[in-house]
Structure formats: C-alpha cells, structure tokens
Design a protein around this ligand. Structure first.
Ligand code: PMP
Length: 440
C-alpha cells in the first residue's frame, strides 16, 4: 500500500478513503453483506441532511434507520442532552430511580392512555421485545398458569435479533446457523386476505397449540422489515377479541410506528384497540441515544408484587432507564407536541404517498406503492431493480434504501413539503432509469 509517507509524490489520502479502509478492516456491520463496499460513512448531520466522509450532502429519506425522527442537531434535544449530562448522566433503576425516567414513564402513560400505565425502559427495540416476552410469560406464571409460554407472531413480522426475538421470525435469515432455535414460538400468516381471515389464522394457531399454553401474540401495526405493509383496518380489533377470548396477551410492537411516524402518536390508537403491552424504540429518543421501552397495564405490572423470589420483575439492565436517554426522550416528546409533528407527519405522508402513487403508476417494474404517514414502501419486481433505484437516488443526493424488492422511504417527521418533493423526484427519476433493466 502506497501512502504519502513512503511515496512523497502520491496525492494525500483523503479522510474519506481512510475511513472507508478502516471500516473495511475493522467494522463488523449488522445485517450487511461483508465487503459490500462503498457504504456511506456519515460524518455530520443538520436538519434532514447528512454529510458523508467525502463532504457530499444528502437529504436523508430514511431517518437513519427510521429512528432520527427529528432530524439531526435539533437544538432543544441537544440542550436537554447536555443539561442532563452535566446534572446526572445515569442512575440505575435497580432499587433506585432517577428524575427523567420517572417523568418519562408518566408522560408515556399519558400518551398511551389507560390502562397502559407502567413502563420498563430498555436500550433497543430487540430488548423491548425480549422484555415483553419475559413479562408475558412471568405474568402468566404468577397468575398460576406457568404452562402459558407459547408466543405467536406473524410470519412476516420482525421484532429483533436476540435469540428469543429472532425465534419469533419465520425467515431463516434471522435464525439459520445459530440454533438450536428456541422453543415456544409459532408463526402464522398475516392478514393479506383480509382482517377476518387473518384473525382466523390466529385463532387456528391458538387452538392448535392449546389455548392454555399460549402466552402472547406479537404484532406490528405496519410490517416494517416485512415490506412496509400496513395491516388492514379492523385486524387489530379482531385479534384483540381472539386474545381476550383465550386469555392471551396482545403485544403491539410500535418500535417503528410509534411516536408520530404514521401520523398518529401510536398506530394502534387509530384502530381503537388497547393492547396489554406496547413496545417503543427508534423514535422514542429520535436516534440521539439508544433508548426503548415496553409499557404495560397496571394489572400486568401489579402481578409482579406477588413474585415469590423477588416480589418484583426479575428482568432489566444496568442502563435500563438511563437518565440521558430519558431526558432526551422527554425533550423529543415535547418537541413533537410543541411543533405539531404528529399532524405534520400525517400531512407530509399524504403528500409523499400520494405523489409516489400517482407518478409511479405504470412505470415498468413498479408493483405497488403503500404505506401510512411518513412510512412508505415501493415494491419493485426484482431485487436488482429496487437496488438500482436506491443507487440512483443516492447519485441524486437522496438517501433511501432497498431491502429485497422493497424500497422504503421514511424521512424525519420535520421534513418540509419541498424536501418531500425532492425525495419523490429522486425516486421517480431512479425508477425511470431502472425501467430499462430486465424484469422478474
Ligand atoms: N421491532 C420492530 C418493528 C423493528 O422494526 C425493529 C428494528 N428494525 C425492532 C423491533 C428491533 O429494534 P432494534 O433494532 O432497536 O433492536
């Protein structure tokens, strides 16, 4: 390898090249093919824009990994972060408490509404799902039903990458090669044939497993990793009824959809359904720090007082309810409210999905545009075509990503109408450029 030290005539190596090489040599990327090469290395962000290590600026059409819902460098969030860092950066919730965690738990109870009153904090969406599994099982055991352990989820669902949460996934991508696969997880088809049919699938699975053995049913209001597929209206209501009939806890995973993303505080609220547990993550601290939560009812939380070993919930982590994360999340929720971002996301989402639907109609290789609020997906007829569109967008200065045949678009909730139009223009130009490629 030549560099300017050994060869004084060679051009100085740029910071971009250096970072790319160090990345290749030392970073193990999650869910990314090794050696896939020229991924963006970001070095800065402001508002809805991010800058890479070569100084190129992009409009972030993905909010990072759907999490940077307030964009980058929001002054009110930064102020809350630095104020809390100087005051008390952490104090564990094991046997003690800290002010921002207390206030955040109370705020989430207000936003979620009765009976969802008690929150356990976590560090990632996967941890929140894992905690929800353990809470559900332990709750049933404390109610004298220790045989209720089975967890049912949708085959196209995604709830995380820990051992148990990967066990909830039907795709071998999640668990092949790291078995044995944990027992006690069952997957069912989603409601692609309508809410009633989907709900019957749940009831069939509950009856097949034996209702007395089922702990919980997990569901995302919009299948995210499963291709940005909103569940049909009415499905959550139907599955709520089945869960009630068979004593099964309903867990709604709002890690991606929660906190304004779909143009509602929580997607399940639009369905008029009250889950037993709700998980949140990504948008909760808007990507400023890792933070997530699982909120449950007073009835479930109260049961832990009867635990014979501890008299409390035997679950949690050193940094559960980290004070910095909680202070940031409180600031994020305040900004969402003060800036009217839930309604703004609904309006910008209509603009985004409406324009994508109109302008991509009839374009070769485009199969479907779908989504809700600022969570949109464009399904193409092949992996290479979807990938090509994402590459073209990047060339045009807009970051979007394709996973399989679906390209997802989910800009920060603070996105402007002009920025939405720029994203739509880039996606449409990309789709036109990719239209000449061979199809399926
Ligand atoms: N649930 C859903 C619906 C998700 O989309 C994700 C992440 N994509 C998770 C859980 C897991 O969250 P994390 O990546 O923070 O562990």
């Amino acid at each position: 390898m030549t560099d300017t030290a050994s060869n004084p005539t060679a051009p100085p190596r740029s910071a971009g090249d250096e970072l790319a090489e160090l990345d290749r040599r030392h970073l193990l990327h999650p869910w990314t093919p090794v050696g896939s090469g020229d991924q963006l290395v970001l070095v800065a962000g402001q508002g809805c824009e991010v800058t890479d290590s070569y100084g190129r600026t992009y409009l972030d059409g993905r909010s990072g990994q759907f999490n940077a819902t307030l964009g980058y460098g929001h002054p009110k969030v930064l102020a809350a972060l630095s104020e809390q860092a100087g005051k008390l950066m952490t104090y564990a919730l094991l046997g003690s408490s800290n002010e921002p965690a207390v206030r955040l738990a109370a705020r989430l109870a207000e936003l979620l509404g009765e009976p969802l009153t008690h929150t356990l904090f976590c560090n990632s969406g996967s941890e929140a799902s894992e905690a929800a599994i353990r809470i559900a099982r332990m709750y049933h055991a404390l109610q004298g039903r220790p045989e209720r352990t089975t967890v049912i989820s949708l085959a196209d669902g995604y709830h995380g990458t820990t051992l148990a949460t990967a066990g909830m996934s039907a795709t071998p991508l999640a668990w092949a090669g790291c078995g044995p696969r944990p027992e006690g997880f069952v997957q069912i088809p989603g409601p692609s044939q309508g809410p009633e049919h989907g709900a019957q699938e749940l009831e069939k699975a509950v009856l097949a497993a034996g209702p007395e053995t089922v702990a919980a049913f997990f569901v995302e209001p919009v299948l995210g990793v499963g291709g940005i597929r909103p569940l049909p209206h009415g499905y959550l209501r139907e599955v709520r009824e089945i869960c009630d009939r068979h004593g099964v806890l309903l867990v709604v995973d709002e890690v991606t959809t929660g906190l304004g993303r779909t143009g509602a505080w929580f997607a399940h609220q639009r369905e008029g359904v009250s889950p037993d547990l709700v998980t949140t993550g990504k948008g909760l601290a808007a990507g400023y720090v890792p933070f997530a939560a699982v909120t449950t009812t007073g009835a479930v939380a109260g049961a832990f007082a009867g635990d014979p070993m501890l008299g409390g919930l035997r679950h949690g982590h050193t940094t559960s309810g980290h004070a910095l994360g909680a202070a940031v999340a409180l600031a994020v929720l305040r900004v969402i409210e003060e800036e009217g971002l839930v309604d703004h996301a609904a309006a910008m989402g209509e603009r985004l999905i409406g324009q994508l639907t109109d302008r991509l109609k009839g374009v070769t290789g485009v199969k479907e545009v779908r989504g809700v609020g600022l969570l949109a997906g464009v399904e193409f007829d092949s992996f290479p075509r979807a990938g090509r569109v994402a590459d073209e967008c990047r060339e045009l200065g807009v970051v979007v990503r394709s996973e399989g045949t679906v390209m997802s678009v989910a800009p920060p909730l603070v996105v402007t109408a002009e920025q939405v139009d720029r994203i739509v223009d880039a996606v449409c130009s990309g789709a036109e450029a990719a239209a000449g490629m061979p199809g399926e």
